[in-house]
Design a protein around this ligand. Structure first.
Ligand SMILES: [Zn+2]
Length: 436
């Protein structure tokens, strides 16, 4: 397949310029002021669109195996493609958990047949129970580069210490869901005056910050790299910023709901707004937004968490936590970065280059058939690209999502900035906001 992207604004690490981009046989083969379309070329008029590396999601719950009524690898990959992603990392809190070679292979094989590249995060501990380490070395040989018990944090400091020591020589990175269990027990929203008024048990900001602090001490001890998932409080972000200034090998992500929604949404008692870590105070939301703009985080991750409708129909304190993300994270990130004033370089740093570096997806990986992501739009690179129109306005319609689930808190919301086209391994998979 040959594709010519005409007159788009190509976004480099530090540059932007209007150019034509030619894609053939899975690669970017030309970037120039003016390229004539060879016969049989699919031409995409991209005037006004940003042309950058395909987005990379560090944090998608694809639910397969075990919860296929909520999502499958295939439907999650389609949601990702519409959202501008060329690669998504599948989280291991499936049923059973992705804690061994057979299950990782299963997801990689299903992923290889889907519309985007699907990488796998393996579990740190067997069954995500936080007790015995999973065979990370065996999973690493299949190309797994991230390990996490996400859904829960590893509660035992001694288990986490051993996991970091084990991971270091493997060249892989652990990722932590920071919530100290004894401080969130039974809670369903942010702890504070509002949770008291609503009569809902709270999940304290302290629960997140205590685990961030503990893990920073373990990183200092072991020298092993660690990625903090979905940080949501001002103090957590300050702790990680200080650790980075000290030179510790830590990275962090934020999720779109933590910079576009606050705890006030929980006053509706609508479980669509229930998520872990919970929607926080107005001040925490301001801090997350600040981190987004001012390099206080390395990535925006969707934390795409589909649930079957009957589960999200339960009462707030009984419903499962999590909300959809893949199909609107790019637009929400643009909003978080200031909308029309957003820096396109920062947009691609947060949504593509940063996450590709953290997940080690920068280069093609033969063991997994994954191609290279998060690079420059330049000759010789794997053609994983997105066309994003920063001026387009659209309205989220939960009924029209590619995800099997409908639990988006943004249903009906008008968003600025829309994915026009997604190219994965040189194939046009989304054009004019629709799957091809
Ligand atoms: Zn999590």
């Amino acid at each position: 397949m040959t594709i010519l992207i005409r007159r788009g604004t190509v976004i480099g690490v530090t540059t932007r310029h209007v150019a034509d981009v030619l894609v053939r046989d899975g690669l970017v083969v030309d970037v120039a002021e003016r390229i004539d379309a060879p016969a049989g070329t699919t031409v995409i008029e991209a005037e006004g669109c940003w042309v950058g590396p395909g987005l990379v999601d560090l944090h998608a719950h694809l639910r397969e195996p075990g919860r296929e009524e909520a999502e499958t690898i295939e439907s999650g990959a389609r949601a990702g493609a519409v959202g501008g992603y060329s690669a998504v990392v599948a989280m291991p809190n499936t049923e059973p958990a992705l804690d061994n070679v057979a299950l990782v292979s299963y997801v990689l094989e299903r992923g290889a047949r889907s519309v985007v590249d699907v990488a796998v995060a393996g579990a740190i501990t067997q069954g995500r129970r936080g007790e015995l380490l999973a065979p990370m070395g065996e999973m690493a040989r299949l190309g797994v580069r991230l390990f996490t018990d996400d859904g829960d944090g590893v509660q035992s400091a001694s288990v986490m210490r051993r996991a970091l020591e084990y991971a270091k020589p493997l060249g892989v990175r652990l990722a932590q869901h920071c919530e100290e269990a004894s401080l969130v027990d039974g809670g369903s929203m942010n702890e504070g005056p509002l949770s008291g008024r609503l009569g809902l048990l709270g999940r304290a900001a302290l629960a997140e910050e205590v685990m961030v602090l503990r893990d920073l001490a373990l990183v200092r001890l072991t020298g092993s790299p660690l990625h903090f998932l979905h940080l949501s409080t001002r103090r957590s972000l300050d702790l990680v910023a200080a650790a980075r200034a000290e030179g510790l090998p830590v990275t962090c992500e934020v999720a779109p709901h933590h910079f576009t929604l606050d705890e006030g949404s929980c006053a509706t008692y609508d479980p669509t707004f229930k998520v872990h870590p919970p929607l926080r105070s107005v001040d925490d939301v301001a801090a997350v937004r600040d981190a987004l703009i001012n390099a206080g985080c390395d990535a925006v991750a969707s934390d795409h968490a589909p649930h079957a409708p009957e589960l999200k129909d339960l009462a707030f304190d009984e419903a499962p936590a999590g909300m959809l993300g893949l199909e609107h994270t790019a637009s929400l990130t643009l909003e978080g970065l200031g909308g029309v004033d957003a820096s396109p370089q920062r947009f691609f740093d947060l949504l593509s280059r940063g996450p590709a570096r953290i997940a080690q997806l920068r280069r093609a990986d033969e063991r997994t058939t994954l191609s290279g992501h998060g690079g420059e739009v330049s000759v010789g690179e794997d053609a994983n690209l997105v066309l994003f129109d920063p001026a387009a306005r659209w309205r989220v319609d939960a009924r029209r999502l590619q995800s099997r689930a409908r639990n988006t808190p943004y249903d009906g919301r008008e968003l600025l900035g829309r994915v026009r086209a997604t190219i994965v391994r040189g194939r046009l998979v989304v054009n004019d906001n629709e799957l091809v």
